[in-house]
Design a protein around this ligand. Sequence first.
Ligand code: ADP
Length: 215
Amino acid sequence: MISLSQVTVRYGDVTAVDDVTFAVPPGFVLAVSGPSGAGKSSLLWAIAGAVRPAKGQVEVDGLVIEDRPAAAAHGVVLIPQGNGLARVLTARENLSIPLLSAKKPSDEVDRIIAEALAGVGLEESGDHLVEELSGGEQQRVAVARGIAQQGQVILADESTSELDSTNRERVLDLLRNEARRGAAVIIATHDIAVAESADGHALMDEGRLTWARRL
Ligand code: ADP
C-alpha cells in the first residue's frame, strides 16, 4: 500500500505539489492527468524518494520513505519520463543494471529480462544499443526495465507518449498485469484514453490534486 499524506514539493518559490493526500492499494491502477507543469512528475519523484517533500510524507506499507535508496529497497520502481536509459549500453544491459542488487542467479536474471523484452515486443532487440533504437522502442525498453524489477509500486511517467495505439495497449496491459500481480500502479499521462482505462483518475493543476474518478 502506498499512501501520501499532505505531500508538498517545492523548488525555491515554486510549489510543484501542494498538500496532496491519497492512497493506492495493491492491485489498483491510478491515472494522474493534468497540463504540463501541473506537478505530475514531481508527485512521482516524491513517491520514488527522488525529491524530498517540504511537508508531509510518503509511506510504503506503513514505512516512511526518506530517500531514493529506501524507496528502491521497498520496491518502488520509477519508469521516468524521457526513459532514463543509458544510450551507449544495450537494451539488455539497461534491464540488467537494476537487477544487480537483487542478487538473483544469472539464469533467472536472463529469463526475467527475456520475458520483459518479449512483453514489450522487443525480444529481438536485446543486443541493440539504446541509441540505435527509435524513440518509441526506447520507451518500450524503459517500460520493460520497470516491469523486470517486479516492484510493489510502479510509477509510470508518460510511458505511452511516443507509442502507436497497438504498443500503447500492450504497455497498458503490462501495467494492469503488474497490478494483478499485486503492485500499486500510478500512471502520469496526458492521454485521456489512458486515464479512462485506469481504476481511478486524479487531476492535477498547479500542484493541487482533485478527483475525476475516485479509486
Ligand atoms: P508535470 O510533470 O505535470 O509537467 P512537473 O512536476 O515537471 O510537472 O513541474 C511542476 C512545476 O515544477 C513546474 O512549474 C516546473 O517548472 C517546476 N519544476 C519541475 N522540476 C523542477 C526543478 N528541478 N527545479 C525547479 N523547478 C522545477
